[in-house]
Design a protein around this ligand. Structure first.
Ligand code: BGC
Length: 722
């Protein structure tokens, strides 16, 4: 459930390329469909048309019964199909709306696996269809500009290329079920502080190279049928009434055929919004006839401020989406909570967990030497499907880490639990605890006594869905709830202490990195959370997750913070770091992060050799193909993510030290070797030239860097571009 205290201000595993293609062709606008829609538009009265352009319920819009036109039913969102709500956002208390809880966005991104993004979308689309929700308000993939953004956990990463590859597949997956994806939030909604009023000043090159690519890819490659405008302003104009963004770029350059939907309560005008590209006004308040796109729009048409052509175009778009979704012919049947959906959740969780440190090779656990185990920390029993202000799911089930460990080890190992700290932060939407509250000494003492009496201690700490939330940013990166005190005390009490940090965004775990030998990073990992974590700790899963964003050693090292460009002053935020977001900044400025973008260990080792390109010289219009050989040097089969970065020396414009241009995740059996080939269209080496408003590929030398993270480059090769 989305816990709102105020009305909103404010397959399967291998679904083939053929299925993807199918989803794509369905969206091609057949002239016949356009003609059919035009004929319907002619039959509608102005009042009926206006009734289709604004909400008539929290998530719904009106249809036109007399012509057999259905309304639109939307629903959140990235974690799965949320429970039904009644007016005012309270639960509708149904018994039929429990759903699969999918891993959060940054978990999906940490898999670096677009196939899993497709399965995530496909399965969520099936659940949406079963629940008759025809527009899923997902995926969400605003760039992680600051690690503090409250929605970092919902979003993907700091890199536009990783974002794009995942977003396209998530969209295709959802839409394979004749359910529209609604990609959000368009655009530069990179902080929650003052999101409803803040004006983002970002230069054109940065907008094009960093903040727009995943939206462009989801529209042009993924064929997303709907998009949500962001709450904030871009260059002085609200995104929901931004002619440049909506009419020129989205509908003009990208030829978007679908609906621009406002974020809930994010419309600020009638005439400007209608003429500048918004199609549908959504919100949370019940006075639906007072909406900007209700009576006021009707009056604006009557007084000639908004033309009938503009209204007809919006209605055409809505009908076009309806014909692809609620009114599509022979749609799939839809399914809820199937074993296949659980398997998708498990697979995403399994590939998302990041092994940060394993200095004593304590992992995978050698269970024959463990008789007793202390499981310590609130996050061992906390659930994450609901919480905070924002989308959540009434999960059919959620396996906690403690339950996961008990189900696997309970018969052979004496497992005892101590809570260690209280993760209680909000209750009924209100803050009840300060995250800075010192550790509870009685809880720490209990945890220490337990750790002393057992062979091993596993600590589960980190954030939770109350602490990381829509509507607010974190104040800093520190671990909340006195967790550091608990870690220090338990580590001193038991030498075999493993720390598992659960969160959706970077935290300051510098002291843990310094003092602890074994560290695992995990996420809000869906219904199968505890099963996947337990299997990873026990070695049934060989960790292959990679960080989708940089963990700074200190907040002030992050670009927006280093330049004092967050959260802005007087409601103005200047993106002073320009294109140097995330690792682009850290690498170019030679700042050592705590953990770098793309980082993650495995239970096995990989040796890279022989990076080669098919040719030495390429023309624009060609694809660079690069092959690198990787040997799995250890005892476990493992999935390695080859990351290919490109660097351009002597450019006419400022360039980041390196940029991710390709990646591929491959399964390599123990002791075996794989040749991994990736392909980069030469056009993707372009920078955006603000003088000509064109993408320019500079001729000359480019360095290709193949590695297992942004800072662990194993092989390099140079090519020429004519
Ligand atoms: C969020 C959207 C969400 C909508 C409906 C807004 O507050 O920004 O992401 O889809 O509410 O719940």
């Amino acid at each position: 459930m989305k816990t709102r205290i105020l009305p909103c201000l404010m397959l399967i595993a291998l679904l083939s390329a053929a299925t993807n293609m199918q989803a794509q062709t369905k969206t091609k606008s057949a002239p016949a469909l356009d003609a059919k829609i035009d004929a319907i538009v002619k039959k509608l009265t102005l009042e009926e048309k206006i009734s289709m352009l604004h909400a008539n319920g929290i998530f719904s819009t009106a249809g036109v019964e007399r012509l057999g036109i259905s309304g639109l039913m939307t629903d959140d969102g990235p974690l799965g199909v949320r429970e039904d709500v009644k007016e005012g956002w309270g639960s509708a208390n149904l018994t039929t709306d429990s759903a699969t809880f999918f891993p959060n966005g940054s978990a999906l991104a940490a898999t670096w696996n677009p196939e899993l993004a497709y399965r995530f979308g496909h399965d969520m689309g099936e659940e949406a269809r079963a629940r008759k929700k025809y527009i899923m308000l997902a995926p969400a993939f605003n760039i992680a500009r600051t690690p503090l953004c409250g929605r970092t956990y919902e979003y993907y990463s700091e890199d536009p290329f990783l974002n794009s590859r995942l977003a396209v597949q998530a969209v295709k997956g959802i839409q394979s079920q004749n359910i529209a994806a609604c990609v959000k939030h368009f655009v530069v909604n990179n902080q929650e502080v003052e999101r409803g009023r803040v004006n983002v000043n970002v230069d054109e090159r940065t907008l094009r190279e960093i903040y727009l690519p995943a939206f462009k890819a989801s529209i042009m490659e993924g064929n997303a049928w709907t998009i949500m405008s962001a709450y904030n302003k871009l260059r002085g104009v609200y995104c929901s009434e931004n002619d440049y963004l909506l009419n020129k770029v989205l509908k003009g350059e990208w030829k978007f055929k679908g609906i621009v939907i406002s974020d809930w309560g994010g419309t600020h005008s009638t005439v400007a919004a209608a003429n500048n590209g918004l199609d549908l006004e959504m919100g949370s308040g019940p006075k639906y006839d007072k909406y900007f796109f209700a009576t006021k729009l009707l009056d604006s048409v009557k007084s000639g401020k908004v033309s009938m052509k503009v209204i007809d175009e919006k209605v055409h778009r809505i009908l076009w989406v309806l014909y692809h979704t609620a009114m599509s012919v022979n749609p799939p049947a839809g399914k809820m909570n199937t074993p296949a959906h659980s398997k998708t959740v498990y697979d995403i969780a399994a590939e998302s967990i990041v092994l940060l440190k394993n200095d004593k090779n304590l992992l995978p656990l050698n269970t024959s030497s463990i008789k007793s185990l202390a499981v310590i920390g609130d996050n061992a029993t906390h659930t994450f499907h609901l919480g905070g202000f924002g989308a959540g799911v009434k999960a059919k089930y959620e396996v906690t880490p403690l339950a996961g460990l008990q189900s696997r080890l309970g018969k052979t190992v004496d497992i005892k639990f101590a809570q260690g700290y209280s993760g209680m932060y909000r209750q009924h939407g209100a803050n009840v605890n300060a995250p800075t509250k010192p550790a509870d000494s009685a809880m720490v003492a209990e945890a220490v006594a337990l750790a002393k009496s057992t062979d091993m201690a596993i600590l589960f700490i980190g954030g939770n869905r109350d602490y990381e939330s829509e509507g607010s940013d974190r104040k800093d990166l520190s671990l909340p709830f006195g967790e550091q005190t608990l870690v220090d005390a338990v580590t001193a009490a038991n030498q075999n202490t493993i720390v598992v940090v659960v969160g959706g965004a970077p935290y300051d775990i510098g002291k843990i990195k310094e003092n602890n030998h074994t560290i695992v990073w995990s996420w809000y990992n869906g219904s199968e959370n505890g099963n996947a974590l337990a299997d990873m700790l026990l070695g049934k899963i060989n960790p292959s997750g990679r960080l989708p964003f940089t963990f700074p050693a200190e907040l002030k090292d992050s670009p927006a913070h280093a330049l004092d460009a967050y959260p802005g002053e007087n409601l103005q935020v200047d993106y002073k770091e320009g294109i140097l977001v995330g690792y682009r900044w850290f690498d170019t400025k030679k700042i050592e992060p705590l953990y770098c973008f793309g980082y993650g260990l495995s239970y096995t080792g990989y040796k890279y050799s022989g990076l080669k390109t098919a040719k030495k010289t390429y023309n624009t219009g060609e694809n660079i193909t690069a092959t690198v050989t990787i040997k799995n040097t250890g005892k476990y089969a493992g999935k390695e993510t080859v990351q290919l970065y490109v660097s351009k020396d002597g450019s006419a414009v400022e360039r980041p030290e390196k940029e991710l241009k390709a990646f591929k995740k491959v399964l390599i059996p123990a002791g075996q070797t794989a040749n991994v080939t990736v392909s980069i269209p030469v056009k993707n080496l372009a920078y955006y030239d603000v003088k000509t408003s064109k993408w320019v590929v500079e001729p000359g030398k480019y360095k290709l860097l193949a590695g297992s993270s942004s800072r662990d480059i194993k092989e390099t090769e140079t090519i020429n571009v004519n």
